[in-house]
Design a protein around this ligand. Structure first.
Ligand SMILES: [Zn+2]
Length: 378
């Protein structure tokens, strides 16, 4: 018995050495923290939620890179609440692209915009590099007014997927040049400077089809038939641009769609802060995005025929909330990656027929269901 006992002691003595071994991460994870002011949240009545009423309008809000980590970080930093997490219809979305287990924003944006999976880097094109009709192209001939709004540049992959057809997301000029031929009635993204940096021929083509304004108070807005509104900045200094322009876009499209409207709103910069492993920026962008969600849900509540869907194109950063004191607006987190991850992303929905999204689904399924609800064939 004695040798066995000694062996056991020897084994136990070495165990902590093994237990302390940690994986050698390539990524040097940044741990950040933030204090934010409680911005509150909005809870709708749920009277229309999940009803069988006809869906006239769809507002799709995409938080770029908004995985569970970003939602948790934003919610607990904001006293434990978000308008997003007040909703009752919850699902999950799988984000894989046609050629990569971990998608980029181009392939996932295209899936949300067309109902078809494609390769990373492709915008509005299938794997054979053929144009795929996007939701605005399918719905506008039916009498719907369609719009996109983003805190990215207009040539950013997510807004671009709703109007452009290019097999290289980096072809920024070509993406801008696709705008005049698009089916959009409303677009707001990027900046005045980016627009003015486009070739004059592109600017002229856009101006021939859209009224281009640099302020939401420009008198040209009311009389215009198609609008491109370009803010001065889309960085965090933009103030309430995203929620205010969400309201503006809803009003603009509701007045022009004979049958209804479709609006895509992107909170683009959650992803950008996660790429930089900047926890405070991730939380602030998440909270700004939630205000846009609130604007959409408030409209849906008043309207009764509007379905609001909120999800993400992919997770970014392997973002984890590690600690929080919700009452103090304090949250701390850590990142496992500087890139995208293949994790499923949460989906929230509010309005008639919302329950159809309460399942585990592909990103491409979300677009197909939207088109079915609005009577567009796919
Ligand atoms: Zn990204």
């Amino acid at each position: 018995m004695k040798p066995f006992f000694l062996t056991l002691v020897a084994l136990l003595a070495t165990f902590p050495l093994f237990a302390q071994e940690t994986p050698d991460n390539e990524v040097k994870a940044y741990t950040g923290e933030v204090y934010v002011e409680h911005q509150g949240s909005y809870t709708p009545s749920f009277k229309i939620d999940g009803s069988k009423a006809r869906v006239r309008n769809v507002i799709l809000l995409i938080g770029d890179g908004m995985g569970q980590g970003a939602v948790n970080a934003g919610m607990y930093a904001n006293g434990g609440e978000l308008t997003l997490t007040n909703l009752r219809t919850i699902g999950y979305v799988r984000t894989q692209s046609a050629d990569n287990f971990t998608t980029d924003s181009a392939a996932s944006g295209t899936a949300y915009a067309t109902g078809e999976k494609t390769n990373n880097g492709y915008v509005g094109m299938n794997t054979e590099r053929e144009r795929i009709p996007d939701i605005p192209e399918i719905l506008s001939p039916l009498g719907y007014a369609c719009g996109v709004l983003s805190t990215d540049d207009l040539n950013g992959a997510t807004p671009a997927a709703f109007f452009a057809h290019q097999s290289a997301r980096g072809e920024k000029d070509a993406i801008w040049a696709d705008l005049p031929g698009s089916s959009l009635t409303f677009a707001s993204a990027g900046t005045q400077a980016v627009f003015e940096g486009q070739p004059l021929s592109t600017q002229d083509a856009i101006r021939s089809r859209f009224s281009v304004v640099y302020s939401p108070d420009d008198p040209a807005v009311a009389s215009s038939r198609r609008l491109l509104y370009l803010p001065e900045t889309v960085s965090l200094e933009r103030g309430n641009y995203l929620p205010a322009t969400t309201e503006m876009a809803i009003e603009y499209l509701a007045a022009r769609g004979k049958k209804g409207f479709f609006l895509m709103v992107e909170g683009a910069r959650i992803d950008k802060y996660e790429h930089g492993n900047e926890f405070d920026g991730t939380v602030k962008e998440m909270l700004d995005f939630d205000k846009a969600v609130e604007a959409a849900v408030r409209f849906a509540e008043r309207d009764g025929h509007t379905l609001v869907i909120i999800s993400a194109d992919h997770e970014t950063g392997g973002t984890i909330l590690s600690r929080a004191t919700p009452d103090e607006g304090y949250a701390a987190g850590v990142f496992a990656s500087k890139g995208h991850t293949p994790m499923m992303v949460p989906l929230f929905a509010y309005g008639p027929r919302s329950r159809e999204f309460s399942c585990v689904q592909e990103n491409s399924d979300v677009a197909r269901k939207i088109l079915q609800l609005l009577g567009g064939k796919k």
